[in-house]
Design a protein around this ligand. Structure first.
Ligand code: HEC
Length: 101
């Protein structure tokens, strides 16, 4: 027998179950912190002023970010952006932005 109380929480229970089922899939495709900001400038749009990072060697992206951070490579914007990420975050970013999503 289903009590009125059980009837009321049933939709909530279903919603929680669905969220739990979706969580692993969401975690798998989740971008590392900051990665979504990169595509705002480095878009895939053809003829973009800022080249897309997709398909670049992740090692090259890490090297570029390090050079921007240290000031070894001149930049207008990336020197400031690169300073916001640790080595570990930069590696995670590079792996992510070099891939097609
Ligand atoms: C506000 C726009 C903007 C954002 C956001 C941005 N970039 Fe850039 N990026 C540039 C510009 C402009 C250049 C060219 C160098 C310069 O002038 O700073 C560049 C250059 C680069 C390069 C060198 C590419 C090459 O051809 O060698 C890399 C790597 C790079 N960005 C990575 C990133 C990553 C990773 C992120 C996200 C954390 C990011 N950028 C976010 C504008 C941006």
């Amino acid at each position: 027998m289903v009590t009125p109380w059980q009837q009321r929480i049933a939709p909530i229970a279903v919603a929680v179950a669905l969220l739990c089922a979706a969580a692993p899939a969401m975690a798998q495709s989740a971008a590392p912190p900051g990665a979504s900001s990169c595509s705002g400038c480095h878009g895939p749009q053809p003829g973009a002023a800022v080249p897309s990072l997709e398909g670049l060697d992740p090692e090259a992206i890490v090297a570029a970010m390090e050079a921007f951070r240290s000031g070894q490579r001149e930049a207008t914007i990336m020197n400031r952006i690169a300073k916001g990420f640790s080595d570990e975050e930069t590696r995670a970013l590079a792996a992510w932005v070099s891939q097609k999503h």
